[in-house]
Design a protein around this ligand. Sequence first.
Ligand code: F6P
Length: 201
Amino acid sequence: PRPIWLTRHGESEFNAQGRIGGDSSLTERGDNYAHQLAVWISEWCKKVKLETGYEGEVVVWTSSLKRAIKTAQYISQPKVVMRALDEIDAGICDGMTYEEIQEKMPDERAARDSDKLQYRYPRGESYEDVIQRLEPLLLELERTTQPVLIVSHQATLRCLYSYLTGRVKEECPFLNVPLHTLVQLTPKAYGCEEKTFLGDK
Ligand code: F6P
């Protein structure tokens, strides 16, 4: 059974400033995580080769955003950039902090608080929209036989994790997907075995 790994990108400039969305680069901490991740994957490959003789590749899927691409940059495995993995589009709120949204657009904040799953940012997306745009990717993931590492973002990973672990979608916008954490899901006959690795240093 092949593992599927899910990770958010390393800490970005916008994460450090508390801003949502954008296309900022990694901070030094984020870049450290990128190094840690590459070491972890290469050690996993070595270990599996020793134990099972598997010499195949790990496929790395990243979003098209700089912070995800840079998080995968030190991994020497084939990479595919997929726009379906981009973060939820926060529309007119892109680049703002949650406090700024609360201050300048209290009605938007209230609407989101009352139904986070269906709330769609003006000129942006809702969690429901993200779930829909991830459907073809999930089919492809199920067809792929190699181990896959997905480097993406908080909202998209909540949706993927929630689907893969069989949760109801109402839970999805509230799942905890911390930075600098690698979640390993191994499909089993019933459900998924779940382990987490790495974490902040
Ligand atoms: O703050 C990081 C981030 O990935 C934002 O870019 C995104 O809008 C947000 O998390 C999604 O989380 P929530 O839906 O809880 O606002």
